[in-house]
Design a protein around this ligand. Sequence first.
Ligand code: 6R9
Length: 690
Amino acid sequence: SYLRHVDSRKLMPNGAGHIPHLKAVILGEALASEEDDLVLPSKEFSDQANVHSPEQYMEMYKRSIEDPDGFWSEIASQFYWKQKWGEKVCDENFDVRDGKIKIEWFKGGITNVCYNCLDRNIEAGLGDKVALYWEGNEPGLDGSLTYSQLLNQVCQVANYLKDIGVKKGDAVIVYLPMINELPITMLACARIGAVHSVVFAGFSAESLAQRITDCKPKAVITCNAVRRGTKPILLKDIVDAAINDSAKDGVSVDVCLVYDNPVALKREDTKWTQGRDIWWQDVIPKYPSTCPVEWVDAEDPLFLLYTSGSTGKPKGVLHTAGGYMVYTATTFKYAFDYKPSDIYWCTADCGWITGHSYVTYGPLLNGATVLVYEGAPNYPDAGRCWDIVDKYKVSIFYTAPTLVRSLMRDGEAYVTRYSRKSLRVLGSVGEPINPSAWRWFYNVVGDSRCPISDTWWQTETGGFMITPLPGAWAQKPGSATFPFFGIQPVIVDEKGVEIDGECSGYLCIKKSWPGAFRTLYGDHERYETTYFKPFAGYYFSGDGCRRDKDGYHWLTGRVDDVINVSGHRIGTAEVESALVSHPQCAEAAVVGVEHEVKGQGIYAFVTLVDSVPYSEDLRKDLILTVRKQIGAFAAPDKIHWAPGLPKTRSGKIMRRILRKIASRQLDELGDTSTLADPNVVKQLIEFSDS
Ligand code: 6R9
């Protein structure tokens, strides 16, 4: 069993606290051995924590593995079920060799996630507690909603959606910025059993169109424009273009509900399609503020969220109601050591899974007070986050390493100018956090007193998989530490054989967990091929991982053709297909390279069609093409002109070589003998500086 990897004696928090490695903080230097740097929670923290010792964790973890049904049904019983689930808590086939992959949790249980987030908490006396604080892009612009007020607004939207014919199981696309209306819309869909598909409002019209065409929504919900930093973004124009595009594929959108955001754009300046478009503010307030709940089966879909894979077509990750509810609530409570008095802020956008599980569902299921921030984290300056932390007395702050690194670069004066004394737990997600960024986050932002939960998980997993429990054990900067309850991570070699003890390899998961995704929308075969076939018997994460001598997990990044730019997953194939859609691009190969702030940057090798000359204009035009097709966040950092690409005789591009060229590790090109034309490499190196 997994348990033997964890030696609890070594994890005993003794209250000694952490001695900051100042040299490492200042110089960003790695210690001789990161594995030996233990950062202990203080005794005061551990004493008050939900899980306060390695022994308590071990006891709970052991139970979750040995008796998952008992463990999870006890937790699930804390929620409201109109009808309890059937005999089986979990029914799964996790092995492709035994037939179709199937994961079911609490099947037969009848519930509603919106009801559990709002009505249940209000009945428990939280009606007047603030559910959402909203902080606008412009300092000074803000608002708040109590649990009762939030429920009223959710019901109005739910009634409207019902009125326009949205029924249980129907898809609704949401393309909104970080305003309260975004979680409101998600909850309204959940209330009536509709399936929301939130598309990050930084995606281009073409990406949005692709998603509309795939899930055929009954309505698209958007906003006319938004300001992030100083820049207004005309969201409605993007939606118009996307709806036009998908109409060409025969998918029409009958209703487009538009939130009027006068701060960014005047109503009269918003382009309008009569009969299809309707202003949110003109209709929603007219609907009653109560709305009966549509009770759904635990295994009915809750939402669809598209994510990047290793082919050009995004994958519609499908999560269902019951298991996702139980899992996000539980992980939130333990990984952040949540207490009812906390003020919680997660900087992620609801357009990504982090915003689904840990802005909306996980926190609200716990009756938490959540801060929603509309703007850019460094607007008007690099101190904005800490200004917000002080203003709302934020106690749990959850963000991404890319933001930590960029703020680190701006200097600590922006941080130390603010008190930050309300902070008690910090969190990190999206990519591995490098130890020097971890230490800066810990020492400078958290004044060396707030544990950091470095949460490893994925869109597919629904919630945290490997994460510290902040009061329970010592942390190691840069390690996501140990598995959450019920999770059995295994590290396998190339052949899919589990390796024990200190090792590195491919990170897989044995057995299902309540928050696991159930399928890829409309493509169960791709679900099985991508995740369950590479290593039969396991879920394959796509990540590499090392387990050290003390059983700590160190994520080493993607092992497939996915790049992680500022915590955003981008398939190399998506960027390549955008590039080759340019009439003058013959071929493109994209790899990730190390980037100081973004974690990884996008490096594109481009072969032009015959006789087209290289030019600065063309370079810009190629980058623009990617911005237009995917979104600004996917724009290549570097275009490397390639007279030819290194290919095997069977025509497969050897990315390994391209990665080395991109990172200028020219003496590590390795074996090039299988190349069809070894000269290509020499040419590429010569072109490196062009
Ligand atoms: C939640 C989220 C998933 C990929 C995942 C991995 C990387 C996320 C991480 C991490 C190391 C962490 N990742 N959290 N790597 N340490 N704490 O980001 O979901 O957008 O689906 O990305 O992100 O590579 O496979 P998603």
